[in-house]
Design a protein around this ligand. Structure first.
Ligand code: NDP
Length: 249
């Protein structure tokens, strides 16, 4: 149990079934961490927390909207109240509002950047206050390969994920001296509710482009995230690990 006695927050972890956040929460709990399942919708957060408990782990659910600084601060305060510390933050909450640039509304831009980028900033700031005092912490930001290579129809999403990468590197430089590691993972095509909704033909084409000839599973992302939270990864910070079956090399 490599993460015994450690406390982790996973944002956007309430998507049951195939969510990446849920897979990360289950994997962290399996490694021994107590996990705070944070999500928008209370029933969703409760459901995943119950899944973790049923699997033998420790979890609580906290409802929070990562776009609100008050919610992010309360999320961290309630976690510390409940467990006495905070060792791990996973900034996973994310949304898409795809459209070509000329058709993209200001609202589509704002909601994606606010959730994906500002949300990660607000949660990182709230968590860092505790981690700096503890002189210890691990933060993993869920970016995307689209934040590295860009994608037509996703200017807002790609910009938010590119921003997360720059946030990761900047905070790594600021907080490294306080023994805080912050890294990003950049998943490629992962099988989730989002990709399940795509036509079979498109999914076949995506699979064909991947050197490993399969789409990723949420667990493929979760395994690397857990590794980044362990002491085995203690000399890694400010890095972006691409998890895409070799799609973008
Ligand atoms: P999901 O939509 O399944 O999960 C995201 C979760 O975040 C949902 O539960 C959602 O709640 C929640 N959420 C949305 N807005 C907020 C908010 N303001 N505050 C708190 N929670 C919020 O997505 P995935 O599991 O597919 O993706 C997880 C992460 O991985 C995202 O950051 C995504 O960008 C990234 N990613 C995903 C890839 C993929 O192929 N699926 C590829 C690359 C990166 P609700 O359902 O109520 O909206």
């Amino acid at each position: 149990m490599t993460l015994s006695n450690q406390v982790a927050i996973v944002t956007g972890a309430g998507r049951a079934g195939k969510g990446i956040g849920r897979a990360i929460a289950l994997a962290l709990a399996k490694a021994g961490a107590s996990v705070v399942i944070s999500d928008f919708v209370p029933e969703n957060a409760d459901r995943v927390a119950n899944e973790v408990i049923t699997a033998g782990g420790k979890a609580i659910a906290i409802t929070s909207d990562v776009t609100l600084s008050s919610d992010c601060e309360e999320l961290v305060a309630r976690t510390v109240n409940e467990f006495g510390r905070l060792d791990i933050l996973i900034n996973n909450a994310g949304i898409t509002r795809d459209n070509l640039l000329l058709r993209m509304s200001e609202d589509d831009w704002d909601s994606v950047v606010n959730t994906n980028l500002k949300g990660a900033f607000l949660c990182t700031k709230a968590a860092a206050r505790i981690m700096v005092k503890q002189r210890r912490g691990k933060i993993v930001n869920i970016a995307s390969v689209m934040g590295i290579v860009g994608n037509a129809g996703q200017a807002n999403y790609a910009a938010s994920k590119g921003g997360i990468i720059a946030l990761t590197k900047s905070v790594a430089k600021e907080l490294g001296s306080r023994n805080i590691n912050i890294n990003a993972v950049a998943p490629g095509f992962i099988q989730t509710v989002m990709t399940d909704a795509l036509p079979e033909e498109l999914r076949d084409r995506m699979r064909e482009q991947v050197p490993l000839k399969r789409l990723g599973e949420p667990e493929d992302v979760a395994n690397i995230v857990v590794f980044l939270c362990t002491e085995a990864a203690s000399y890694l910070t400010g890095q972006v690990i691409t998890i895409d079956g070799g799609l973008f090399m």
